[in-house]
Design a protein around this ligand. Structure first.
Ligand SMILES: [Zn+2]
Length: 133
């Protein structure tokens, strides 16, 4: 029986996910926030995004960062938090701490990981934090 939403496609190299034309940064953020490109005023496809609940540095988040750094050569990683997360055990209200932990985990260079906060309409630096690796 066919899936009501998905249509079957043949798997081939041409079905691979397209790479962004000109990726600029890796973004880690919470699923509570709208699309990161819109928050940052960037065109669609210019960010490598990991958007999941709670701003946790799990294996998936680290794999996304690794992909952006190793395969795309990106040196800007943005950690976007926000206030009032509806998820239990969220770390969304401490993006500076998450960014510092990420920088230590990946051996980031100076300024490579930046913590931002969002109000759902835009972003601002979280205490002007620039993490030194
Ligand atoms: Zn959140």
């Amino acid at each position: 029986m066919a899936h009501p939403i998905l249509s079957p496609v043949a798997l081939s190299p041409s079905n691979r996910a397209p790479e962004p034309a000109e990726p600029e940064a890796v973004v880690l953020t919470c699923g509570c926030l709208p699309e990161p490109e819109a928050l940052l005023g960037r065109p669609p496809g210019t960010l490598i995004v990991h958007q999941a609940g709670g701003l946790w540095l799990d294996a998936s988040a680290l794999a996304t960062v690794g992909y952006g750094r190793a395969f795309l050569g990106l040196t800007e990683i943005l950690v976007i938090g926000h206030a009032g997360c509806r998820l239990a055990d969220s770390r969304c209200d401490e993006p500076g701490r998450v960014a510092a932990e990420l920088a230590a985990m990946i051996g980031a260079g100076p300024g490579e990981v930046v913590a931002l906060v969002s109000d759902g309409r835009g972003v601002a630096l979280d205490g002007a934090i620039a993490i030194d690796g």
